[in-house]
Design a protein around this ligand. Structure first.
Ligand code: RTP
Ligand code: MG
Length: 139
């Protein structure tokens, strides 16, 4: 299987609850190499662009409010089959449905505040990584 990359954000709730260390530990222990990382905060415009695919959904306003209320950790991760394996590691969008041991099962609060983002395709991983990082910030 080919090595590829995915993009993640530890969302504001995970940072507020001081779960950065535990989540990064789990990501590293699961075989992902961190090739870019920073603490940053999205503006309203950033979040509206990043989650534009959801802009007609009833939860869009809440999602933008949530994602901009404090700093996030943005990172690019490398591993064989990275996109799919990272979605497995984070678990279902709603933590109530997430498998035991997944990041969302362990650290998410609710469907809306679910601790972590993972890209859903190779194409989106590339778009989302470029949204947050310049080429010289990815190693
Ligand atoms: P993500 O993009 O953040 O990795 O999450 P996902 O693929 O598992 O879920 P997605 O359908 O892309 O939804 C994006 C984010 O919107 C919030 N959401 N809230 N209240 C709700 O019904 C609801 N549904 C989705 C979550 O923060 C979700 O991760
Ligand atoms: Mg998604």
């Amino acid at each position: 299987m080919a090595t590829n990359r995915t993009f993640t954000m530890l969302k504001p709730d995970a940072v507020e609850k001081r779960h950065i260390g535990a989540i990064l530990d789990k990501i590293s222990a699961s075989g992902f190499r961190i090739v870019a990382m920073k603490l940053t905060q999205m503006t309203k415009g950033d979040a509206e662009t990043f989650y534009a695919i959801h802009n007609e959904r009833p939860f869009f306003g809440e999602l933008v409010e949530y994602m901009t209320r404090g700093p996030i950790v943005a990172a690019v991760l490398e591993k064989e089959n990275a996109v799919e394996d990272f979605r497995t590691l984070i678990g279902a969008t709603n933590p109530a449905d997430a498998a035991e041991g997944t990041i969302r099962k362990l650290y998410a609060t609710s469907m809306g505040e679910n601790a972590v983002h993972g890209s859903d395709s190779d194409e989106n991983a590339a778009i989302e990584s470029a949204f947050h990082f310049s080429g010289r910030e990815i190693f």
